[in-house]
Design a protein around this ligand. Structure first.
Ligand code: GLN
Length: 292
């Protein structure tokens, strides 16, 4: 994190020194054109004038910028997640494993960074990313219009669906039967959002998906709406539950970034492209999800 701040500051300083290459490439010509204008009007910008007087220094700076862009970024890449969402993120001993954890580690490796995982409640992930506590949110997080107001998303890395879990002998056969029922969801998830649209439904929000599923197994609620793969895991760990065939909606999972961190977003997207092209992402998914 510290390194990131320093490199962003360096970027700002270097841009002021008419050196480009920190941000996205498209911005570079515009910036250097501006800088050239400033040089023609030295009265407007003392910084630009100073740089013009010290050409040796700006040449050095240009070299440094170039090598920094090519070399690994270094430092720590902090991933915020909620590690109770098997097979995407869950504990094996004291280690967080799963599709997201492995994919993030592969991305970090590509960027020459070290992955650090911060486990928190699901609805704390976006605030953590926006406050800079974490660099990115990787949590089986669905791209939604509402979230796009607060964060940017990487390219999607997989798709998922929302499903309904009920007791084996339940009369509920699909979402049409859910009105007026007690529905358990994980707080702040898309399942929570869909449940809130069901007429007359009584929504029970839980911090962990498994807590909702346990409440269902104990007969405290009538159904749970949750993502399909965790649903399979949770149902296999509880007694007397089934997943209904009917799926709610197809969603895309992606990695969340602070709006002002486009630099990292672009680097991660480039890493995801490479990891998709060479089959790494699919291999990670196949390791955790066996085809039916
Ligand atoms: N995909 C769901 C969402 O983004 C649930 C994610 C989760 O619980 N980790 O809301």
């Amino acid at each position: 994190m510290k390194k990131k701040v320093i490199s962003m500051m360096l970027c700002a300083v270097m841009t002021a020194a008419m050196v480009t290459g920190c941000g996205n490439k498209e911005a570079a010509p515009a910036e250097s054109a501006d800088a050239a204008e400033e040089t023609e009007a030295p009265a407007e910008s003392t910084d630009a004038a100073e740089e013009t007087e010290a050409p040796a220094e700006s040449a050095d700076a240009a070299e440094e910028t170039e090598s920094e862009a090519e070399a690994p970024t270094g430092g720590t890449l902090v991933m915020a997640t909620n590690a109770y969402f098997e097979p995407y993120e869950y504990y094996e001993g004291d280690q967080v494993v799963g599709i997201d954890a492995e994919m993030a580690a592969a991305v970090a490796e590509k960027l020459g960074m070290e992955l650090e995982i911060e486990d928190m409640e699901f609805d704390s992930i976006i605030p953590a990313v926006n406050s800079g506590k974490a660099d990115m949110g990787v949590a089986g997080m669905t791209v939604t219009e509402d979230r796009l107001v607060n964060v940017n998303f990487s390219k999607p890395y997989t798709t998922a669906t929302q499903v309904i879990i009920v007791q084996e002998n339940s009369e509920i056969t699909g979402k049409a039967d859910l009105s007026g029922k007690k529905i358990g969801v994980q707080l702040g998830t898309t399942g929570d959002i869909f449940a809130s649209d069901i007429e007359g439904a009584d929504i029970e929000q839980y911090n962990k998906g498994m807590d909702a599923v346990q409440a269902l197994a104990n007969g405290m609620i009538d159904a749970v709406i949750i993502d399909n793969e965790p649903a399979k895991q949770f149902v296999s760990k509880a007694e007397g539950l089934k997943i209904l065939e009917e799926e709610f909606i197809t969603e895309e999972y992606a990695i969340a970034f602070a709006k002002d961190n486009e630099e990292l977003l672009e680097k991660v997207n480039a890493a995801l492209d490479e990891l998709t092209a060479d089959g790494t992402i699919q291999a990670i998914i196949d390791k955790y999800i066996t085809a039916e």
